[in-house]
Design a binder for this molecule. Sequence first.
Ligand code: F6P
Length: 324
Amino acid sequence: VTKIAVMTSGGDSPGMNAAVRAVVRACIYNNIECMGILRGYQGLIDNDLIPLDSRSVRNTISRGGTFLQSARSKEFRTVEGRAKAYKNFKENNLDALVVIGGDGSFTGGMIFNKEHKVPVIGIPGTIDNDIYGTQFTLGYDTALNTVVEVIDKIRDTASSHNRLFFVEVMGRDAGFIALNAGIGAGAEEILIPEENLGIERLIDSLNVSKKSGKTSSIVVVAEGDKTGKSVFELADYVEKNMPEYDVRVSVLGHMQRGGSPSCFDRVLAGRLGVRAVELLLEGKSNLMVGINNNKITSTNLEKAVKLHHDIDKELLKVADILSI
Ligand code: F6P
């Protein structure tokens, strides 16, 4: 391996820049060349690559977003698109690819590897934390801190007006953000895709809260929660059934994806980036680097994509106990 490329793909997350920086510097340290592919797989199809040296990643560690930019490429899902990408890969004399992204991006990498024998290493970057084989993905910690900071502010105004707030957080398939930020911000109820608590149980729980003297409340709802109702429908339902509550809805949206990465995400990005390059130098491929019990590990990409990162049931219990 003498020349590798790095890309960010799928939904961006804080810490992606820090990971690109780590990959670039690990390459320089190991005397190999590094190129950056712009806009994920689409940039490889369009031959949009830039050489990256140690100075080209200066002042990027603290920046949110991804300076390489990202995309969810439809063309790369086709055989022709991947053939174009491979042609450019060869013409740029590249030996291997580091993909920073989520499971969709890893699936793309696996297919590319199968068809064209390109060595691929994945670095998990998504605020959702929904990747098997790593306890933490890049950007998740930052997103949690953003969400907690905002819910604290919502609580200020909620308690001034004795209101019940429904706060929708990101996570169309995973409740990690909702559950952990919900506990961190002291939510009364947390609705997540992994558990269907049912709407009646929500009403019961709000009734209990009311009786125990609570005058304002926060309910955190993950985008993909399983009640089958949108956050607005949930709010309407509760308002109709509990007219004593003055209900408001706040959808946090893409602000959760932005911002300067937390120290945790920066350090994680550094460790994962260095390990990704080391694995390629060891001749390895089709692996995703991750962190488990504070050790950097690697997991087969296929497993990372197919298996499910389960939420910790203990957290559900804690959330329940703390919200009485
Ligand atoms: O996967 C990250 C994520 O932010 C999800 O939490 C969210 O459902 C989705 O991406 C939003 O996607 P988009 O940015 O394409 O609207």
